[in-house]
Design a protein around this ligand. Structure first.
Ligand SMILES: [Zn+2]
Length: 274
């Protein structure tokens, strides 16, 4: 199991390495297929042995081999985060599989999906996570949530819903529309300064994974974390009131908390929950 976890972690590093490239090139409309990356300063192509996720960064001590130009921290950060996320998903899968064997099923969203999908939960959630890391980085750096990525999430989640949760289809779709309607209202009331339309679509694409209780918990968490971080940034004079801070990263960060611990958290956040 340890070996499998390490394997999944390394797989995450490799996907993360692709994401550093994708999230850099896609908003600048450069093709991902367009050759190897170059150093920003000396323009030397980065050879394969200097392009090993995380390890090359550590070996080169964060500097270009040829000119000593500092390599941005975004590369090791995105790679490492994706690796940890993948390993985390695998860890929860093993945990849920054990819980489900014991028969004491606690209704946590991750285990609920593991119950329905079995081993297929891994490709499903690894795909969703890959897309979410891409949206996280692009929204953070460019304040855009690309439509094609949100649409991909929407299609994958609706497919999963139709194939595996068709009994609750109408209820879940109703909750998803209600949740995104709430964001659409915020968007209209704040005249687009608070929420972008991208956030509205992201909520619509992601809520089908959750029950209504977890959906409320997820959105509540994203506001709490957003408010706390916003106040910290303002007090550090890194941001000011009225200045736009991308909300997508908060939605995505809270999404994973809700996915792993949403059921227990919702008992605190919605105390009268059945
Ligand atoms: Zn260089």
């Amino acid at each position: 199991m340890v070996i499998q976890s390490i394997f999944i972690f390394i797989f995450g590093l490799i996907i993360g390495s692709f994401l550093t490239l994708y999230t850099y090139r896609s908003p600048r409309t450069i093709s991902v297929k367009k050759g190897r990356s170059k150093c920003d300063r000396c323009g030397k192509k980065i050879s394969w042995f200097d392009n090993i996720p995380l390890i090359s960064y550590l070996l080169l001590k964060g500097k270009c081999r040829y000119c000593g130009n500092k390599i941005s921290l975004r590369y090791p950060l995105i790679e490492f985060s994706t690796g940890i996320l993948f390993a985390g998903i695998y860890y929860f899968y093993i945990n849920c599989a054990t819980i489900l064997q014991g028969g004491t099923f606690e209704g946590n969203p991750f285990c609920a999906w593991t119950d329905l999908l079995g081993l297929w939960i891994l490709p499903y959630l690894l795909l969703v996570s890959t897309v979410l890391v891409a949206i996280f980085v692009i929204d953070l750096e460019h304040q855009i949530i690309p439509d094609n990525l949100v649409f991909l999430l929407f299609v994958v989640n609706i497919m999963a819903l139709i194939l595996f949760r068709v009994d609750n289809l109408y209820e879940i779709l109703f909750v998803s529309f209600a949740a995104s309607l709430f964001f659409l209202m915020l968007h209209l009331v704040t005249k687009g300064r608070g929420m972008g339309l991208g956030d509205v679509k992201l909520v619509l694409a992601l809520s089908p994974i959750f029950t209504w209780q977890v959906t409320i918990t997820w959105i509540f968490l994203s506001f709490v974390i957003g408010a706390i971080l916003g106040l910290i940034l303002i007090s550090l004079k890194r941001a000011s009131f009225g200045k736009h801070i991308a909300f997508g990263p908060f939605l995505i960060f809270s999404f994973f908390i809700a996915l792993f611990w949403g059921e227990s958290l919702s008992r605190y956040i919605i105390p009268y929950m059945p």
